[in-house]
Design a protein around this ligand. Structure first.
Ligand SMILES: Nc1ncnc2c1ncn2[C@@H]1O[C@H](COP(=O)(O)OP(=O)(O)O)[C@@H](O)[C@H]1O
Ligand SMILES: [Mg+2]
Length: 198
């Protein structure tokens, strides 16, 4: 597989809504590719790092987190928790723990506060799965990852019953586009993986 890659130049300045050090977009053809990309991202991650995953239910946020967990070499299966909102995966080796938060169903920022993530931040990589839109309050330094289907795959022309054959194939293939934006000084000069690497 040879994922499509687009690399955005760093966008800085007041219009960008914060210092975006860089961004990269990668097309991932299937769930295994998404896990592989998570492993590639994990190679950059260290204690205190925050990764915020946004995207609709079923986009692949947990799948990506499974790859991050594998890359960090932590204990336990990264899964979609039914009742547990935050799970700590201790490291098997010398690396950081993974704190996996599924905030998708959280009703408010107060509920996120109540998880007291500050307590574990220092020794852990914290990955928060989130719905859309509220991530920016969490930390100045963060990776914002948007997981979504390729744009064409669910575009429905209004009042038009014709279904684009290529769109259907995309949806069947399960391709996802992952866009990573690195924000804050932590990520200055760090090169984001633009593909699945080795
Ligand atoms: N390219 C892909 N990347 C990630 N998941 C994919 C992909 N293609 C198909 N899938 C499937 O889509 C589902 C994504 O579920 P999940 O990772 O739990 O999503 P979320 O956490 O965003 O709700 C899984 O069943 C996974 O196997
Ligand atoms: Mg999930």
């Amino acid at each position: 597989m040879n994922p499509d890659v687009g690399r955005g130049a760093g966008v800085d300045g007041p219009d960008a809504g914060g210092p975006v050090e860089q961004s990269v977009a990668v097309t991932l053809p299937d769930a295994e590719a998404t896990r592989a990309y998570g492993r590639a991202l994990a190679g950059l991650l260290r204690a205190r790092d925050l990764v915020v995953l946004t995207g609709p239910l079923g986009a692949g946020k947990t799948t990506l987190t499974q790859g991050i967990g594998a890359g960090l070499d932590v204990r336990g299966q990264v899964a979609s928790p039914t009742f547990i909102i935050a799970r700590v995966h201790p490291p098997l080796g010398a690396g950081p723990a993974l704190v996996h938060v599924d905030a998708y169903r959280l009703g408010s920022l107060d509920e996120l506060d109540a998880l007291d993530l500050d307590a574990t931040l220092d020794e852990s990589v914290t990955v928060v799965e989130w719905g859309e839109g509220l991530a920016e309050v969490l930390s100045e330094d963060r990776l914002e990852v948007v997981v979504d289907r390729p744009r064409g795959a669910h575009a429905q022309p209004a009042g038009d019953a014709v279904v684009d054959e290529e769109d259907l194939l995309d949806a069947e293939a399960g391709a996802r586009v992952v866009t990573v934006r690195a924000l804050g000084p932590r990520w200055r000069g760090v090169v984001l993986p633009a593909g699945l690497g080795g």
